[in-house]
Design a protein around this ligand. Structure first.
Ligand code: CAA
Length: 246
């Protein structure tokens, strides 16, 4: 049987890596997206190979619509149509709002939200035509509850939730599901970059008393990408150690 193809954006960070591994372990051919000339790429690929993972790499800046078109075109010609898209690429530029500059706003909105349009737009029609597809959007607990110092990030991650529901409605009849995962604080470089005393205060508010593990998010992605998840669409799945219930 031909393997289904999954594309993961921002694949070489903490969450992206765990998502790629989980999808590969569940039988997908995985294409790992990163920025063009991404410096850590070679070391990442070597490490993945040493762990038994053989990922394709698809380079494109996901803030650039035309570059995404080229990336998808090339991937679909060489590996086959994209059956699963995980919109995972994301950055933080945290600052209290009065100190937040336009650059910090723009970079987070374009990387975390515009990217979701830029990539999804090139794969959704194909999924609908073939009658099967999965779009999984990585939002955040902070897109639901808001977070001090994250007006830009919270806005982008909340935007993803609206996008997810709208698109889910448009393709529900076509065998394509569109869902969002809202992770809490997971032990990735992004979270470890928060000043230790601030991070400790945040962890103290998590009922489970610990950060999430990247593989806990990867596992949920694998479920959403599976046939078993075929009746779930437009959902926001919280995975946050009890930090926020919604
Ligand atoms: N609620 C209310 N007040 C708060 C607060 C909070 N959560 N956090 C800080 N404050 C107060 C401080 O007590 C301080 O008050 P005083 O001036 O009276 O002393 C004031 O706000 C300024 O706070 P900081 O010293 O922290 O300000 P700063 O400019 O040094 O730092 C910041 C601002 C960079 C935003 C820092 O607060 C921070 O890193 N916060 C954490 C932001 C965060 O959670 N980021 C998540 C990144 S990981 C991620 O995003 C993944 C995911 O999806 C979850």
């Amino acid at each position: 049987m031909v393997k289904r193809v999954a594309l993961v954006t921002g694949a070489m960070g903490g969450l992206g890596t765990a998502i790629c591994k989980a999808l590969a372990q569940n039988g997908f051919t995985v294409a790992a997206n990163c920025l063009p000339n991404f410096e850590p790429k070679a070391a990442w690929l070597t490490k993945m190979k040493s762990e038994g993972f053989d990922f394709l790499v698809t380079e494109a800046d996901v803030t650039d619509y035309d570059a995404c078109a080229e990336m998808i075109n090339h991937l679909e010609t060489t590996a086959g149509p994209v059956d699963v898209l995980v919109n995972n690429a994301g950055i933080t530029r945290d600052a209290v709002f009065k100190k937040m500059n336009k650059g910090q706003w723009d970079s987070v909105l374009s990387t975390n939200l515009d990217s979701v349009f830029n990539v999804t737009h090139h794969v959704l029609a194909g999924m609908a035509e073939r009658g099967w597809g999965r779009v999984i959007n990585i939002s955040s607990v902070n897109g639901i509850k808001g977070q001090f110092g994250q007006a830009n990030y919270s806005a982008a991650k909340a935007g993803i939730l609206g996008f997810t529901k709208a698109i889910a409605a448009e393709v529900a009849k076509k065998g394509v599901t569109v869902n969002a995962i809202a992770p809490g604080y997971v032990g990735t470089d992004m979270v470890m970059a928060i000043k230790q005393e601030v991070r400790d205060e945040i962890v103290a508010t998590i009922p489970m008393g610990r950060l999430g593990k990247p593989e806990e998010i990867g596992g949920l992605c694998a479920y959403l990408a599976s046939d078993l998840a075929g009746y779930m669409t437009g959902a926001t799945l919280n995975i946050n150690g009890g930090l926020h219930f919604s």
